[in-house]
Design a binder for this molecule. Sequence first.
Ligand code: MEV
Length: 417
Amino acid sequence: MSSDITGFYRMDIEERRRVLRERSGLDEEDIASLSFSSCDPSILDGMIENVVGSFEIPLGIATNFLINGRDVLIPMATEEPSVVAAASKGAKMARESGGFETWSSDPVMIGQVQITDIPDMKRALEALEGKKGDLIDLANSKDSLLVSLGGGVRDIDLRHIAHPEGDFMVAQLYVDCRDAMGANAVNTMAEAVAPVMEELTGGRALLRIISNLADRRLSGARATFRKDTLGGEGVVDSILKAFHLAEVDPYRCSTHNKGIMNGVSAVVRATGNDTRAVEAGAHSFAAKTGSDKPLTRYWRDDNGDLIGEIELPTAVGLVGGATRVHPTARACVKLMGIKRATDLGEALAAVGLAQNLAALKALSSEGIQRGHMRLHARNLAIQAGAEGDEVDRVVKKLLEDGTISATKAEKALELFR
Ligand code: MEV
């Protein structure tokens, strides 16, 4: 089978499926499972190239979130068991002491223009510095709508970067993207100013692209977790010790932050935003000091209660992109009752903190496998054909026996039937 399919991109969805069927080992049933469900296929066909179907993952709702005094239902699209349950649990513990207090910076994204082969760096820097105002006006002229909404370029920074194989300059455009994620606006602006920068510096503009280290678009959340809610002073102590390991050890820190992103990415995905942009931003932000640091931090207050805090870049929008086009994403945004991109960023921060607290609490006590195994047993029971209350009975039997496997699930079901 050759993967060189001439004109695949020009075909409609049905033709692509037919070609796929002919060329691959997929049968009718396989092709049918590249299904379209709630979403009109033509919408998906317009979103990416060579569409043949859609890939469904579960959409769950995390409950208990009280954010700045407002109840918010949190949509989470994820394939990972326990994420929705853990977020809901973490939010419940925060709720008992008033929920999450959140904040955010202005929604400023960064665009980079790299200028190489500059004959005289000092003069080039002076030349750009002197024309900053004109460059900002030029960039802003590319998105008058954004400017009319109060956004646009706020400033330009210039950096001389020394490199053994030839120095270069990086100009950074700081663009307030308001309610857009802003990648298109920022990239268009960077491309627009690049030729003028070339003229002014005598150099060559090479890269003209957004930076995903969105450290001028931060969202934060803080919550108090009462020691009694958590299960006593010992639990507070264990959570703090677990956090201390993430502070000093990159191997733990990576997992600590991965757990935070379990929740954050699920909400980013559910709202049609770019999970990779937010993940890249979060991980680079965490490592900005040169070593990997946890995105959350914890300390004990005077009452002995646990205070948790998080801050992370949140490059997400509510206008443009899949968020507006995809009906499920639109419904998820509506469900959250949010109006501004910063509201979404703040909800992400609250989810990240809830997720992390729940993970640390579970890890520093019974471990996470018990909960995971329950879900795993449930999946196996359903796969074995259990229906209705049979599912719970098979799960109970598997957990009691302590061996959780497909064969055991089938045997247990047979026994009950
Ligand atoms: C699993 O996806 C996430 C955790 O490993 C996070 C953590 O260890 O903090 C449970």
